[in-house]
Write a protein that binds this ligand. Structure first.
Ligand SMILES: Cc1cc2nc3c(=O)[nH]c(=O)nc-3n(C[C@H](O)[C@H](O)[C@H](O)COP(=O)(O)OP(=O)(O)OC[C@H]3O[C@@H](n4cnc5c(N)ncnc54)[C@H](O)[C@@H]3O)c2cc1C
Length: 402
């Protein structure tokens, strides 16, 4: 029988029950997952959260965060033991992502997550043995940091319209083009990059090339300023006649579109788990706010009740999707629903907390206000990243046979 996750949120002086499901058995989490979750929470609260404001202001989180996670094996939770991973399951990974949200910095969680959950998986799934030794093994150790480069100035939702071109030359490819909005783009040692290899591009003509720091003609064109996720380095990348050797091709040439799609379900499901973690944190904050209010208490209580409802609804759909996905089933419909509802709910929860703040809130301690401010900005990315709400609805419509 499964157990409820550690469903309390230690915010400020109070620890509150932060989920409607706190007393119910909640498969697929086991006592081992719960123990792991508690360990991650302790680490996140003591090692990451105290640095959140500083990293936000700097627009950059310390590399030390990767090192500390690597020292515990947490950059390789689901990767095989022979590559230095923990050989864990998807549920363990999901628990980790929920707890990481307690760092209170969407940018930090995003940078760590981009390396672990979107840059390394294609190498693990489709890389040759030498490629795994070259990028996955040092990636799990935190010695090389990865990014995933798909989005371009003219190709976001429509992945098939990627134009960055890789022309076949003797011994490899010559790459020309640009990528934008790439998380870890400034610091990345390697970028798993989607390029057009076939004449027609699209479904039959895209490939993945691993492009590495120091390759001639590859540069970080710009570090982007953003509304949220400020602690993460998001970059525009430029490729001018970059020679990429053939051994850096990941998977089969011209089959890249399918490689790109392969990890999307897990990326979206993890985003849902991240949103659940954020909502638990925010529910704890909202409960504190109600406790401290002198007037208007009933309305504040109702606002908190709505937050608990949004969290519980998101948990239900997300854990349902996780059960199907974790068992190897086709979870496209459930993952799409979980992503849609959780990202929207997290944003609305953050917005409702802003609304709850009393006029005298300016006198509160700066750390708490900064966390509320960050959450409101960070959660705005949810309905955009990993597939926008509109694209999710389109997929859902097709899943419903429409
Ligand atoms: C902070 C941040 C970090 C990111 N990190 C990465 C990363 O690490 N790697 C990476 O590759 N990408 C990354 N992205 C890019 C992200 O995946 C894209 O922003 C997203 O896929 C949307 O693409 P777009 O921004 O080009 O918008 P568009 O695709 O141009 O969409 C603009 C609007 O039009 C709507 N729209 C588009 N097509 C349709 C349609 N067919 N029907 C209805 N509506 C439609 C969209 O829903 C949206 O509202 C990141 C983005 C941000 C903001």
């Amino acid at each position: 029988m499964g157990h409820a996750p550690q469903a309390t949120t230690p915010v400020g002086s109070r620890t509150v029950s932060a989920t409607a499901t706190a007393t119910a058995p909640l498969p697929p989490f086991t006592p081992e997952h719960d123990a792991f979750r508690a360990e991650v929470r302790e680490f996140v609260l003591t090692e990451l959260r105290p640095r959140a404001a500083e990293w936000e202001a700097a627009g950059w989180f310390d590399h030390e965060a990767f090192e500390k996670l690597a020292a515990r094996g947490w950059l390789g939770i689901k990767f095989p033991v022979e590559y230095g991973g923990l050989g864990g399951d998807y549920v363990m990974d999901a628990a980790f992502v929920e707890e990481l949200a307690n760092c209170g910095s969407g940018g930090t969680a995003a940078g760590l997550g981009a390396h672990v959950s979107i840059a390394m998986p294609p190498i693990w799934k489709f890389g040759t043995e030498p490629q795994k030794q070259r990028w996955l093994v040092p990636g799990i150790r935190g010695e090389k940091i990865g990014a995933l480069g798909i989005t371009e100035p003219g190709a976001g939702s429509d992945v098939a319209s990627i134009r960055t071109n890789a022309q076949r030359v003797d011994g490899g490819y010559l790459v020309n083009g640009a990528k934008t909005f790439i998380t870890n783009g400034v610091r990345a040692d390697f970028v798993v990059t989607a390029v057009k290899t076939g004449e027609q591009g699209g479904h039959q003509g895209l490939s993945f090339l691993v492009i590495e720091k120091g390759m001639e003609g590859y540069s970080v064109a710009k570090k982007l300023e953003k509304l949220g996720w400020r602690a993460s380095d998001t970059a525009e990348l430029a490729f001018e006649d970059v020679f990429v050797p053939a051994e850096n091709l990941l998977g089969e040439e011209d089959r890249g579109f399918y490689l790109i799609m392969a990890n999307f379900q897990w990326e979206r499901l993890l985003m849902a788990h991240g949103a659940i973690g954020s909502m638990r944190l925010m529910l704890g904050q909202a409960v504190e706010l109600v406790g401290e209010r002198t007037g208007f208490r009933q309305a504040a209580r109702h606002a908190v009740a709505e937050i608990a409802l949004k969290l519980a609804a998101s948990e239900s759909l997300t854990y349902h999707a996780l059960r199907i996905f974790g068992a190897g089933g086709d979870a496209i419909r459930e993952v799409t629903m979980a992503k849609l509802v959780s990202q929207r709910n997290a944003y609305e929860v953050a917005e409702s907390i802003l609304q709850l703040l009393p006029g005298g809130a300016g006198e509160w301690d700066e750390r708490r206000l900064a966390e509320i401010d960050r959450a409101a900005r960070d959660t705005r990315l949810g309905p955009i990243g990993g597939g926008t709400d509109e694209i999710m609805r389109e997929i859902l419509g097709k899943q419903l046979g429409l």
